[in-house]
Design a protein around this ligand. Structure first.
Ligand SMILES: Cc1ncc(COP(=O)(O)O)c(C=O)c1O
Length: 420
């Protein structure tokens, strides 16, 4: 039985164990939990984490999401697809047929590059969209867009190299980049995308700029879309300053207003653009199926790194994704998704316009899942979002959760209109 006098000097954290009838070997302290002493204080060792992960912190979204387990809370904080957007019946039918007729294909190990028919399908589809250049590109299936972005950083950047990102940007990618100890530098955005003057200034002043990460379509978190002029200018800067662009496009198919704008990848003539996308927002986020289209030498390195990470992505989900994409009426499915999100976006915008137009300014998104709302300058955003969830049972994400540097002040918050 533990006694406080036994406190180990290197054990600084106190944890409460809820297990019953169990012996704990906590360094040299033994602690027994009986049925009567359900909760027991134990001291455990202090962990010395690697430099790589010590700078990572739990995202503010997760902190806010903790409150959303309260059934009374209406959450506009997550980024999940709308429940009605999942093609449930088609997936059930394809899965049943697959497991009945070809179970070993779905259950056996597969190859790292991905299920060949899916890769071939994607190469064709991406060629039509200008996002695959037969002359120099190859394509790999990844475990979601998240892994696509993480591995792109891993294969190209050394510790201390500079990676430029839009500020604010997608937390998942930022944390992936941080884990490689790169010099992460945020470039402010304007309504039509990254601020080109600030971008060029950073290119002149930051050391070893190797990569620029952008989300040109309906950016997460701002919902902004990069204009055609800016996409062209960004590509010209990449040539001038010799860096690679990582173009992340999970929301491209979800344009419900305005005109399509060519991807930066479609302008690529010399293998400077890595294009990553995912089925998360158009088939299923749980499938964890994404892909990267990039120059073949980059894909070869990603293959090696992916072998180390997870061998290959879920093969059942890859086969179902392939059968779904190649057998259903894709355009009809995408139209259905666009109709769902247009309606939801219109509804949320009309409530903002009717109820808060004097206080909140925002740019109406032309697609995707998010609205970026800005309040007057004197508003403390963390306090605002905490009050919203605690007192009014509405969950929002404070803008600084998406900032590049700690302690940055933001007067904005992100609203997601896809759920509930
Ligand atoms: C901009 C952006 N990139 C990548 C991802 C990750 O996608 P996935 O869920 O396929 O890993 C997300 C997910 O929300 C995202 O918003």
């Amino acid at each position: 039985m533990y006694h406080p006098s036994q406190k180990n000097s290197s054990s600084t954290k106190i944890y409460v164990a809820e297990n019953e009838n169990m012996w704990y070997n906590v360094k040299w302290i033994m602690c027994f939990c009986t049925k009567k002493t359900v909760r027991k204080v134990v001291f455990i060792m202090e962990y010395k984490f690697s430099d790589k992960v010590s700078k990572l912190h739990a995202s503010a979204i997760r902190e806010i999401l903790k409150f959303t387990s309260d059934p009374e809370v209406i959450s506009f904080a997550a980024g999940n697809p709308a429940p009605e957007a999942f093609p449930k019946e088609e997936i059930a039918a394809i899965s049943a047929e697959l497991l009945r007729d070809d179970p070993i294909l779905a259950l056996q190990y597969s190859i790292t590059e991905g299920y060949t028919p899916l890769r071939d399908f994607l190469k064709g589809w991406m060629t039509e969209k200008g996002c695959f250049h037969k002359e120099f590109d190859d394509l790999i299936i990844t475990s979601g867009g998240q892994q696509a972005n993480e591995l792109s950083c891993k294969v190209l950047l050394n510790e201390g190299d500079t990676l430029l990102v839009e500020n604010p940007s997608f937390i998942g990618s930022l944390n992936a980049f941080r884990s490689y100890n790169v010099n992460l530098k945020g470039i402010d955005m304007e309504d039509d995308g990254i601020d080109l003057n600030k971008l060029e200034n950073a290119l002149k002043t930051e050391p070893n700029v190797k990569l620029l990460y952008v989300i040109p379509n309906f950016q997460n978190p701002t919902g902004r879309t990069m204009s055609l002029e800016k996409r062209k200018a960004v590509y010209e800067l990449a040539k001038k300053y010799d860096f690679i662009i990582l173009e992340d496009d999970p929301y491209g198919e979800l344009r419900f207003a305005g005109e399509n704008i060519p991807t930066i990848k479609s302008m690529d003539t010399e293998g400077r653009v890595i294009y990553s996308s995912t089925f998360s927002k158009i088939i299923s986020s749980g499938f964890r199926t994404g892909f990267v289209s990039a120059p073949a030498p980059i894909i070869q390195k990603i293959v090696v790194c992916k072998q180390v990470s997870d061998v290959h992505s879920n093969i059942w989900a890859q086969v179902v994704s392939h059968r779904f994409m190649s057998t259903v009426d894709r355009e009809a499915h995408f139209k259905k998704l666009r109709d769902i999100y247009r309606k939801k976006c219109d509804l949320m915008c009309s409530y903002i316009d009717d109820g808060f137009s004097k206080k909140i300014s925002y740019i109406r998104p032309e697609g995707g899942l998010f609205i970026w709302c800005t309040l007057p300058d004197n508003c403390d955003m963390n306090a605002f979002c905490t009050k919203a969830v605690k007192d009014y049972k509405v969950a929002l994400v404070p803008g600084n959760a998406f900032s590049i540097t700690d302690g940055e002040v933001s007067h904005s918050f992100r609203l997601n209109y896809s759920t509930p």
